[in-house]
Ligand binder design. Structure first.
Ligand SMILES: [Zn+2]
Ligand SMILES: [Zn+2]
Ligand SMILES: [Zn+2]
Length: 634
């Protein structure tokens, strides 16, 4: 066996055949078949997928880029086909790639597809703009693997039409563009190609990208399970849930796309009119070797809109457990995790009508909703459709922020709720304040307008300030006797200003604020520590800590914060930052992904795909997260 002393360095996403061809150019062999004998001991053309890879690798000096796994992952389209194959099929295919199988039956070449659905193009395709760019960056152009799908017609990056033929003479390009020219010597670069801004194709690109990223995590059984979940939810199952309403399904599937779209995907209408064709993909028992990737992607698109949604957002399935096992999605449109599976707990209670009521609270925004379930029927939720509610704690937070002078819009953004909700709380709050005033016999006209209230505040403050300036030696009590109405109103509605500006009350002076501050600070630190140790699903912020204190303590914190610097500090220091929370929450997410989605190795990208809130993180923090993930993956 002769060793090979030089071999081209693989370029990003370079098709394996392209690497071989570049070697062929260096080798000065006359024919490709000569080179193939030299590399693989086989007198044939370069195959779409490598076979007998071990023979080649043994001849090469060891390097990371040229290991079997790296070649398969980075230089073939296999990562996007393997998820559609059963484990035993995958194993025989990998065997064939490494050692070349004896039986034709399990040949990896069959993955290119059949006449009913082609996955890999027979002709090699190029993007003219990629050729130009590659030439500038690498000094050579090459075959991009992601251009080689039979059902993809534009470049992922440039959205222009891919080409297979020379514009000038019409000859098939084959490998020649690697040299920048067609067989007759026409320059391939700098050609204008029409820009196809095609939404349908763009979505396909997204699906394939998702497949590449999650290739090792998505399994055939998950596809099949999801298919049945969606068939059920979309009403394609007969009563009993075991049989499909075939004719209805076919009719709606055909209506979902245009004839041109089916054609572009290489799917014949007559083929999908036969139930067998669909059954081959959806059926629980089928285990085909020839994967119909375009048809599978179309079916997924039809049922779920996109592959990402199909895989990551499970839909409720009829089962004997009311509402199933979860996780369930958040339905609060203002939540950063809207329609993501953020809910892992469901509070089930009897609804008094022989059914079960389930309450679901989002772990991110704390918004909740209710669904009803009845044995043997699909989930009913008509009465509660899109009816998201918030807890009392959320209302308190709104009131508090209103007191700090935040606008309705900012409060809504901060607390992940709608402006309408904030307005409603503001109104109710202001009504109850008015009500209290009426009780104490004040004569202020009841009004719910906040702007009028602030007008009043200004007037009253002015009255009191003027009086104090004229009589600087007067005590609180004396001010009270003179301006009873203003005094009472400001004390109730403008407490912070009131305490900061009026002379100290006698009892207040006697009160030992420092002692109280020290005690409260300790309590805050202890509670925060316990709270974080209990590992809640939400960030431990200022409000969660305050919720553990007594009403009186919270009241003092809110009104006399300027006398409680240590406690204030403790509140700020003990609140978790977003990063601290994200790091603490990581094990829970890893557990969820492993348990619910059968992930084995979890990367930052997986986490980001699963939880939107992790997407905007800094590069430094990304490193921290990856390190933690490495520990958790072990
Ligand atoms: Zn391109
Ligand atoms: Zn030409
Ligand atoms: Zn939410």
């Amino acid at each position: 066996m002769e060793n090979i002393m030089f071999f081209p360095t693989p370029l990003p996403n370079e098709d394996f055949r392209s690497i071989l061809y570049r070697y062929h150019m260096y080798s000065l062999n006359r024919e490709i078949t000569d080179t193939n004998i030299e590399l693989f001991g086989s007198k044939s053309k370069f195959t779409v997928f490598p076979r007998s890879l071990e023979i080649l690798l043994q001849k090469l000096p060891f390097c990371k880029e040229l290991q079997a796994q790296t070649i398969i992952e980075k230089h073939t389209l296999l990562p996007t086909f393997l998820p559609f194959l059963s484990e035993s099929r995958t194993n025989s295919i990998l065997k064939d790639i490494l050692h070349r199988a004896e039986l034709e039956e399990i040949c990896v070449g069959k993955l290119v597809g059949s006449k009913y659905g082609k996955s890999v193009s027979e002709e090699i395709k190029y993007c003219p703009q990629c050729i130009e760019e590659d030439w500038e960056i690498y000094g050579v152009s090459y075959i991009h693997r992601e251009h080689q799908y039979a059902f993809i017609h534009t470049c992922f990056k440039h959205s222009v039409d891919l080409i297979t033929q020379c514009d000038d003479c019409g000859t098939e390009l084959m490998y020649t563009p690697i040299l920048g020219r067609c067989k007759s010597g026409h320059n391939i670069m700098y050609r204008k190609s029409s820009n196809m801004n095609d939404q349908f194709e763009k979505e396909l690109h997204m699906d394939l990208k998702f497949l590449f990223i999650h290739s090792t995590e998505i399994k055939l059984w998950l596809f099949k399970q999801r298919f049945w979940e969606y068939l059920n939810v979309k009403g394609f199952l007969k009563i009993g849930g075991k049989q499909i309403r075939q004719q209805v399904f076919i009719k709606e599937f055909l209506n979902a796309f245009t004839h041109e779209q089916f054609l572009r995907m290489g799917i014949e209408i007559n083929y999908i009119k036969k139930w067998n064709s669909i059954e081959r993909i959806l059926g629980y028992k089928t285990d085909p070797l020839v994967v119909n990737v375009p048809l599978s992607l179309l079916l997924i698109k039809f049922l779920a809109g996109s592959l990402e949604r199909f895989i990551l957002k499970p839909v409720p399935f009829v089962s004997e457990i009311p509402f199933g096992n979860g996780p369930w999605v958040c339905k609060n449109k203002n939540c950063p995790e809207y329609m993501q599976s953020t809910i892992h707990k469901c509070a089930r209670t009897k609804n008094g009508l022989g059914g079960i009521k389930g309450q679901f609270i989002c772990e991110c925004c704390q918004a909740g909703y209710v669904m009803e379930w009845k044995k043997g029927s699909v989930i009913k939720r008509s009465r509660y459709r899109n009816n998201v509610f918030f807890s009392k704690a959320k209302e308190d937070q709104v009131v508090h922020l209103l007191g700090e002078g935040e606008t309705l819009g900012r409060i809504a953004t901060k607390l992940f709720c709608s402006v309408d909700f904030v307005r409603k709380v503001a109104k109710e709050h202001s009504m109850s304040m008015q009500f209290k005033l009426l009780i104490v016999g004040n004569e202020i006209a009841a009004t719910s307008e906040i702007s009028e209230e602030s007008q009043q505040k200004k007037q009253y403050r002015q009255t009191i300030v003027n009086f104090m300036q004229r009589n600087p030696e007067f005590s609180r009590n004396q001010i009270l006797t003179k301006y009873r109405k203003e005094y009472a109103w400001l004390r109730r509605n403008d407490a912070i200003w009131f305490e900061e500006n009026l002379p100290l009350s006698k009892s207040f002076v006697r009160f030992d604020w420092n002692e109280f501050d020290v005690t409260l600070e300790k309590k805050i630190r202890d509670s925060a520590k316990k709270l974080i140790e209990s590992n809640p699903n939400t960030r431990v912020g200022k409000y969660s800590i305050m919720a553990t204190l007594s009403k009186k303590e919270v009241g003092r914190l809110k009104t006399y914060i300027q006398h409680l610097p240590k406690s204030n500090n403790a509140l700020i220091e003990c609140s978790e930052t977003k990063e601290q929370y994200q790091l603490r929450h990581l094990p829970a997410l890893v557990w969820q992904l492993k348990t619910y989605y059968n992930y084995k190795q979890i990367t930052v990208e997986t986490i980001q795909a699963y939880r939107r809130s992790y997407r905007g993180i800094t590069d430094d923090f990304k490193i921290v997260i990856s390190e933690r993930l490495r520990e958790l993956n072990e």
